[in-house]
Design a protein around this ligand. Structure first.
Ligand code: FPP
Length: 260
């Protein structure tokens, strides 16, 4: 796990930054620090969430420009219900507004919106508008943007285990067939690939119940930059750092020479 060196001065903003072979194909982001960003400016936490929503638009647009196949954003965890009612209400309104107001951005950029998580518990209007945008964008060919909503990694794995058990009881699956592939096939979205790169903003070095199964071999990049201040250049910085990583998947990589 590596921490980015500083919050200041990311590399110059190259509009000509491009993805190269071997770059991440799926980037997942733990968008953290909205509340701290707002409090540091003497404003209510919800102000930070509004600014964070603007960053969502900018980063989604940049991922579409780059042709990144998959982007997953941790927008609302199953633990976020514990926040003050007013803050949860504002987050839900932001999601609703985003689902409707960002349709143009999503369609103009060929983005396919999908969700990850248990949408049942969301307010009906939020769910309806999010699902409408998912439908409208389903035949787009660009970046798949997954919003993790009321999402928890442990709950996702438990739900997969429950469905596997039900199928075993129904005689559709023998216990001996329950391998990693079978578990993966019962997760919320079996079409989702494992993230190659997980970015966390605002400096904490933890996964916070995000993509516990899928992120097993992801490279982790943490920046002190808070989500409202996260810019395209920070994404480029994360991808450049990814290029320097050697992914071993538990194996060994032939040394380049002594100490290599
Ligand atoms: C963490 O900041 C962020 C969230 C709880 C959710 C992210 C939500 C947004 C970016 C806004 C709306 C999203 C969409 C998709 C429109 P925090 O409040 O935990 O920050 P803190 O750690 O500084 O308190």
């Amino acid at each position: 796990m590596a921490r980015a060196t500083s919050a200041a001065a990311p590399p110059a903003a190259p509009a000509d930054f491009r993805l190269e072979p071997g770059d991440p194909r799926h980037v997942a982001v733990i968008m953290d620090g909205n509340g701290r960003w707002a409090r540091a400016r003497g404003r209510a936490r919800v102000w930070g969430h509004r600014a964070g929503a603007r960053t969502v638009r900018a980063i989604t647009t940049e991922c579409a420009r780059l042709g990144l196949p998959e982007l997953t954003l941790y927008a609302f965890s199953s633990e976020n219900w514990r926040r003050p009612r007013r803050e949860v209400g504002l987050l839900m309104r932001l999601l609703l507004r985003h689902a409707v107001g960002e349709r143009r951005t999503i369609m103009d950029n060929g983005v396919r919106l999908r969700t990850l998580g248990d949408l049942e518990a969301l307010p009906v209007a939020v769910r309806r508008e999010v699902e409408r945008t998912v439908e409208l964008s389903a035949s787009n060919r660009g970046t798949v943007l997954r919003l993790a909503l009321n999402y928890g990694g442990r709950a996702e794995i438990a739900a997969a285990a429950r469905r596997i058990a039900e199928r075993a009881v129904a005689g559709e699956l023998a216990p001996a067939q329950v391998d990693e592939g079978a578990v993966a096939a019962h997760l919320h979205d079996p079409s989702m690939s494992d993230p190659d790169l997980v970015i966390r903003t605002a400096g904490e070095m933890r996964l916070s119940n995000f993509l516990l199964w899928q992120a097993s071999y992801a490279e982790f990049w943490v920046t002190p930059v808070e989500w409202p201040d996260f810019r395209e250049t920070h994404l480029h910085e994360a991808i450049r750092e990814f290029r320097r990583r050697v992914r071993r998947y538990g194996g060994v990589v032939e040394s380049q020479g002594p100490g290599g």
